[in-house]
Design a protein around this ligand. Structure first.
Ligand code: NPQ
Ligand code: MG
Length: 375
C-alpha cells in the first residue's frame, strides 16, 4: 500500500501569453493566468493546476479567491489529516468546505500526482484509461469577421483536428455558423454559447438545428437544467451541458430530465479527477456520450485532461488541443497533435509531466508556502 505524508504545499500564480486573444460570450483573454500547486511529500512531489480564471466569469471561482480558500482552509485540512494512503482521503478532508470545486480539484490533482509517483503508477492507468492516443478537437474563439474565423479554422483542419467548436454569442451566431457550415459542409462542427441565451431565444436554436451540428453546448443558464430540458425537447441536435454539471449528481439529474444528450466533463469544474470519473461512469451507465473539455490549461492540466480523455465512455473528440493552439511556450514540454488528429496520453508516473524549471521561473509570481501549523 502506497502512503505519503504531505509536508507543505506551494501556491503560485503563473501567466502565459496566448498566441491569439480568446473571445467567448463572457469575455476576452490575452493571457492565461492560473494557480499552480506543488505538493511536497518528502521523497515525491506532485503538481496540480487550478482552472479558475482572473475573474469569476465562466464560473463562480477566481484565482485570488481560490488561493485564499486553498491557503486558509483546504491545504490546512489536508495537512492536518496526516498520511494519505488513498487519494479519496483528500476529498473527505475538504468535504466540510462547501463549493470551491476548482480549488479542491487543483489540490486533489497535486496530491494524486505525488501519491501515484510514490507508487510508480500513471494517472491514466489509475483512472482506467483504455487508449494510448486520443482524438482531439479544437475550440475557436469569436472573431471580428467570419473570414478571420474561417482562416483560423482552415489552419486547425490542416493540422488534423477532428471537430471544430465555434464560440457563439447573441448577434454572432446563426449567420456566422451558417457561413462556416456552407464552406465546410462535412466538418464535424459544434457551438458553445457559455450560457449567453434565454428560453426566448428558442427560434434561434431552431435555426441552428438546421445546420447539422454535432451538439449545442450550454445554450442557457449556467445553473439551469429545466429550461435546457424544454429546449432539448424541441431540437434534434443534442444539447451538451458544461457549466450546469457540477458533479455526478447533476449529471444524473440532467440526463433523467432530458436536459442534455451529451456531457462535457472538466475535472476542475466538478471538483477533481475522482468526481470526474464518477460523472463519466454515470453517463456511461446511461449510454450518454461524454468528452473532455478544456480551460486553456498549461501542460499540467493538459496532461490530466488527456488521461481522462482515454476513458472508455469518452466517445467524442474533446477540447484537448495541442499546447501550440494556446501558447508559444508551454510550462511543460509541449503537447503535440499528430497529423491524424490524435495526441498521446502521458504514460509516465503520476500525471506524467513536470514544469520546465526555466519556464516556471519566467512565468511565476506570488509564491506562497503553506505548511502544517504547529500543534
Ligand atoms: C468552455 N473552454 O468549454 C471553455 C470556456 C473557457 C476551450 O472553449 C480562461 C479560463 C479562459 C477559463 C476561456 C473552451 C477561458 C476559460 C474559455 C474557459 O466553455
Ligand atoms: Mg463550454
Amino acid at each position: 500500500m502506497t502512503e505519503i505524508t504531505v509536508r507543505s504545499v506551494e501556491l503560485r500564480e503563473v501567466g502565459l501569453p496566448l498566441v491569439r486573444p480568446f473571445r467567448t460570450s463572457f469575455g476576452e483573454e490575452t493571457e492565461k493566468r492560473c494557480l499552480l500547486l506543488r505538493v511536497d511529500a518528502g521523497d515525491v512531489t506532485g503538481w496540480g493546476e487550478c482552472v479558475a480564471d482572473v475573474e469569476p466569469r465562466y464560473g463562480e471561482e477566481w484565482n485570488d479567491g481560490a488561493r485564499v480558500c486553498l491557503a486558509r482552509f483546504l491545504v490546512p485540512s489536508v495537512l492536518a489529516g496526516g498520511p494519505i494512503s488513498d487519494p479519496a482521503q483528500v476529498t473527505e478532508r475538504v468535504r466540510w468546505v462547501r463549493g470551491h470545486r476548482m480549488a479542491k480539484a487543483a489540490l486533489e490533482m497535486a496530491v494524486l500526482d505525488a501519491w501515484l509517483r510514490a507508487g510508480g503508477a500513471s494517472l491514466a492507468s489509475y483512472v482506467g484509461a483504455v487508449r494510448e492516443r486520443v482524438p482531439c478537437g479544437v475550440s475557436v474563439g469569436i472573431a471580428s469577421t467570419v473570414d478571420a474565423m474561417l482562416d483560423e479554422i482552415h489552419g486547425y483542419l490542416a493540422k488534423g483536428y477532428r471537430r471544430v467548436k465555434l464560440k457563439i454569442e447573441p448577434g454572432r451566431d446563426v449567420e456566422v455558423v451558417g457561413r462556416v457550415r456552407d464552406e465546410l459542409p462535412d466538418t464535424p462542427l459544434s457551438v458553445d454559447a457559455n450560457a449567453a441565451y434565454t428560453p426566448a431565444d428558442t427560434p434561434l436554436f431552431e435555426a441552428l438545428d438546421e445546420l447539422g451540428l454535432v451538439m449545442i453546448e450550454q445554450p442557457l443558464g449556467h445553473d439551469d437544467l429545466t429550461d435546457h430540458a424544454r429546449l432539448q425537447a424541441r431540437l434534434r441536435t443534442p444539447i451538451c451541458l458544461d457549466e450546469s454539471i457540477r458533479n455526478a449528481h447533476d449529471a444524473v439529474a440532467a440526463v433523467e430530465l432530458g436536459a442534455c444528450r451529451v456531457i462535457n466533463i472538466k475535472p476542475g469544474r466538478v471538483g477533481g479527477l475522482l468526481e470526474a470519473t464518477r460523472v463519466h461512469g454515470a453517463a456511461r451507465e446511461r449510454g450518454v456520450p461524454v468528452w473532455i473539455g478544456g480551460m486553456l490549461e498549461t501542460g499540467i492540466g493538459r496532461a490530466t485532461n488527456l488521461a481522462m480523455a482515454a476513458l472508455p465512455g469518452v466517445t467524442m473528440p474533446g477540447d484537448t488541443s495541442a499546447s501550440e493552439r494556446y501558447f508559444h511556450h508551454d510550462l511543460t514540454p509541449p503537447f503535440v497533435l499528430d497529423p491524424d488528429g490524435t495526441m498521446a496520453v502521458p504514460s509516465g508516473p503520476g500525471i506524467g509531466v513536470e514544469p520546465l524549471p526555466d519556464r516556471l521561473e519566467a512565468s511565476s509570481s506570488g509564491i506562497q508556502l503553506v505548511e502544517r501549523s504547529a500543534e
